[in-house]
Design a protein around this ligand. Structure first.
Ligand code: DSN
Length: 408
């Protein structure tokens, strides 16, 4: 049955579209992909099997598919100024798993960022497969500054002698010094993997320093700050290209999602334009404005501020948990993510903090002045956490505010 005639499903998609357009999305890992990218994701390319790489497929009928994937690879290399790119990873977690598969053997030691300090689950979190395959050890942030302590990373590297060091995070609001990580990795002959899933758009726009000159391998996603389709990519030195390709397929994946790869090609092209750079600049400015305003209203921002597209609020002193804050804000039509804080004492389902990001609202055209209004909505909602009537009224106000900022 065609989805068009599946009224139940059509209605659900319509409802979800309405929800996306009428709620204030501050989920740091989400964005609104342009209509053209969404159309490509829904194209006939979904019908094609193309295991292998351009020119070396395990299926016939891949001539045009080869051109599409080559286009995506060429644009990706141009955007990130790198030697080699593989654009087949279905997600960031898959890209990381492929990178491990390329550079490690089961049982090898890896040094990565602790989950509560901002690391990602695929960086060796206990419930993730990576922790069963490899021996993970973790660095955290300095307890005072809540920033990465590079000397401590160095001493942990000397102590544990990992084969791979991972630099990159899901909830870290400061610039990451990839050059320092590279020096540490080189001093112990380890590989350096940098995960730029969150900051890929900032790196592409040269607002965050690029890890490409320093890392052996870079993984990332397109659907966050890059504002593209859901999916991942891997960059590396030419010399490692064959390892990365084989690790991706047949290592951990089968057929590439060609509809996503074509959409990735458009995303990389759009990110090469000036308009994208302006968007990234506004995104960073919006995030800083929001953090600063919330700070002036008495919220403790982890590390005292932000250099990128996100930040984490420690709610401990407010007497509210991360999950309570997330649910309260949702009642007011504001979407955020509960988040661990450095040296977290609560379970991951509860958390002591909340992570906010401005990628999605910045795509809607919201500027610094409106970020002050948004800070007020957040503050109002959290203050009225036990008052469902007020939260419902606020939800209407938020939806009315968003009408000025339509989604493409
Ligand atoms: N789950 C994503 C995030 O929200 O940061 C990372 O993959």
């Amino acid at each position: 049955m065609d989805t068009f005639y599946d009224h139940q499903l059509a209605q659900l998609i319509e409802q979800e579209e309405h929800r996306q357009y009428t709620t204030l999305n501050l989920i740091a890992s989400e964005n609104y992909a342009p209509a053209a990218i969404r159309a490509i994701s829904g194209s006939v390319l979904t019908n094609k099997y193309a295991e292998g790489t351009p020119g070396k497929r395990f299926y016939s009928g891949c001539r045009i598919i080869d051109e599409i994937e080559t286009l995506a690879i060429t644009r990706c290399k141009k955007l990130f100024e790198c030697e080699y790119a593989n654009v087949q990873a279905h997600s960031g977690a898959q890209a990381n798993m492929a990178a491990y598969c390329a550079f490690l053997k089961p049982g090898d030691t890896v040094l990565s960022m602790d989950f509560s300090a901002g690391g990602h689950i695929s960086h060796g979190y206990s419930a993730n497969l990576s922790s069963q395959l490899y021996k993970f050890t973790f660095y955290t942030v300095d307890p005072e500054t809540e920033r990465i302590d590079y000397q401590k990373v160095d001493s942990l590297a000397q102590q544990h002698r990992p084969k791979l060091i991972i630099a990159g995070a899901s909830s870290y609001s400061r610039i990451i010094d990839f050059e320092k990580f590279s020096a540490i990795a080189r001093s112990i002959n380890a590989f350096l993997l940098t995960d730029i899933a969150h900051i890929a758009g900032l790196v592409a726009a040269k607002i965050h320093p690029s890890p490409v000159p320093f890392a052996d391998c870079v993984t990332g996603t397109l659907h966050k700050t890059l504002r593209g389709p859901r999916g991942g990519f891997i960059l590396c030195k030419e010399a490692y290209g064959h390892l990365v390709d084989r690790a991706t397929m047949p290592g951990i994946q089968g057929g590439p999602l060609m509809q996503q790869i074509a959409a990735k090609a458009l995303c990389f092209e759009l990110a090469l334009h000036d308009e994208f750079k302006k968007y990234q600049q506004q995104l960073v400015s919006n995030t800083a404005t929001l953090a600063c305003e919330l700070q002036s209203r008495g919220y403790r921002i982890v590390s005292g501020g932000t250099d990128n597209h996100l930040f984490v609020i420690d709610l401990t002193e407010k007497g509210i948990t991360g999950v309570e804050a997330e649910r309260t804000l949702e009642k007011a039509g504001i979407l955020a993510t509960r988040s661990s804080i450095p040296f977290e004492t609560k379970r991951p389902m509860i958390c002591s903090g909340i992570r906010l990001g401005a990628a999605a609202v910045s795509t809607r055209g919201v500027g610094d002045a409106e970020m002050l209004i948004i800070a007020n909505y957040i503050d109002e909602a959290l203050k009225k956490k036990s008052d469902d009537t007020s939260l419902a009224l606020l939800k209407d106000e938020v939806a009315a505010f968003l009408e000025q900022f339509p989604v493409e």
